[in-house]
Write a protein that binds this ligand. Structure first.
Ligand code: FEO
Length: 399
């Protein structure tokens, strides 16, 4: 990968991972990802902002060779997760004078994860500055975007903010900068939904902190950089707001078609009532797409059959995931199709312990849905419409 100059003395030296398909053995990466690393050459000192995933360590080293970097004084670790920190030991070995510059909490994680010796650290606090000669690094603590230790680094003279995961997107692209905001919006929203939504209130505070700064370029450590910081800041303000939208998610799994019929009937009934619907078949759904839908939706209905004496395990997985992601959901419903044993709804409800949506009366359907069951599904749609009206998501009397 080629080195790219961002401003005089500031270079992108990270790696693109074009064909990585999953992250944390959980999150699908339909567009690959990148591990952005930045080299800042000051008149007196040189700093590297974040490193790369160990799988791409050779690319970082080749890029440093291309720039003829003989000495690195500081390796700034904005975040301890190994996709950014994993190559720090190799950089420390290659540049024996280098110190890892980070906060105390991040140091603890780096010692635990990478066994970096104590004497290689320089600990900084929120607001501290570090001079490279003619360039100054200022550290801005931004916890919980994604772990508790995460921070950003501001290059004062060039007004570049290096934010690591914050504002990032899992997108492999040869474009240094986000081209056309729409393209990067989905990737950034997916990333927010997957790793930051559980910490929404903290993320909101961090967005306010960044908004008060004079930033020309936001340079995250995944995906393209932003020359238009307002675009991504406004998107984050929307996602972290308390507002929900007139949208319902139906997540279902069906073995022989009964639950699918119920889920599709509910989708049609909600559409007729003017509610936007996103339907996910849990057997094949991209969990990232589901997480994105959860950023905005007011309502979610999980529909699943009984199997092995309880609700289908895919429904439990979905309920567990929703509870972990802590979305803004206001209303939840459960539809269960069964032949014998009707405890399925309780199994799902047991997984929803952290979020506190209004739970609709569970709808149990014995066998294949009949006319009476379809009317009950429409009654559920009426109840959801009423709740959305009460939330002022729909004009009273209109849709
Ligand atoms: Fe990209 Fe939380 O690491």
């Amino acid at each position: 990968m080629a080195v790219r100059e961002i401003k005089p003395g500031v270079y992108s030296v990270g790696a693109i991972d074009w064909d990585r398909t999953v992250f944390d053995e959980l999150i699908p990466l339909p567009e690959g990802t990148s591990y952005n690393s930045y080299l800042i050459k000051g008149r007196e000192k040189t700093a590297l902002i974040d490193t790369v995933d160990p799988a791409k360590e050779h690319i970082l080293m080749e890029n440093l060779d291309e720039l003829g970097v003989e000495k690195i004084d500081y390796i700034v670790a904005n975040h301890a997760e190994q996709d950014h920190s994993g190559s720090i030991p190799a950089v420390l070995e290659r540049y024996p004078e280098a110190k890892v510059v980070t906060n105390a909490k991040c140091k603890g994680f780096l010692v635990d994860l990478l066994h970096i010796p104590d004497e290689r650290f320089m600990i900084i606090n929120d607001g501290d500055e570090l001079s490279l000669g003619d360039k100054t690094l200022r550290f801005v603590f931004t916890p919980w975007v994604h772990w508790p230790e995460t921070m950003s680094t501001y290059l004062v003279e060039d007004r570049i903010l290096f934010t690591c995961d914050f504002f990032g997107s899992h997108v492999a692209t040869s474009d240094l900068y986000a081209k056309g905001n729409y393209e990067v919006y989905a990737g950034a929203k997916r990333y927010y939904a997957e790793i930051m939504m559980p910490f929404r209130m903290m993320v909101r505070k961090n967005v306010q902190k960044i908004e008060s700064m004079d930033v020309e370029i936001i340079a995250p450590s995944h995906g393209p950089l932003y020359k238009d910081p307002k675009f991504i800041i406004d998107a984050y303000k929307d996602w972290t707001s308390d507002d929900v939208k007139n949208e319902a998610i139906i997540a279902y799994v069906s073995m022989h078609g009964s639950t699918k019929k119920a889920a599709e009937h509910l989708a049609g009934a909600l559409m007729e009532r003017g509610i936007s619907v996103k339907v996910f078949n849990l057997s094949t759904a991209d969990i990232g797409e589901l997480a994105m839908a959860l950023v905005d939706a007011a309502t979610m209905v999980i529909a699943a059959p009984t199997v092995l004496g309880g609700i289908h395990p895919s429904a439990i997985y979905a309920a567990y995931l929703v509870n972990a992601l802590r979305p803004k959901l206001k209303v939840m419903g459960i539809i269960s199709s069964y032949s014998w044993g009707g405890m399925a709804a309780q199994h799902v409800q047991n997984c929803i312990s952290v979020i506190k949506p209004d739970m609709l009366e569970p709808l149990l359907i014995k066998g294949d849905p009949e006319e009476e069951d379809l009317r009950k599904i429409e009654a559920m749609a009426d109840e959801i419409l009423k709740k959305h009206r009460d939330l002022n998501l729909i004009e009273k009397g209109g849709e």
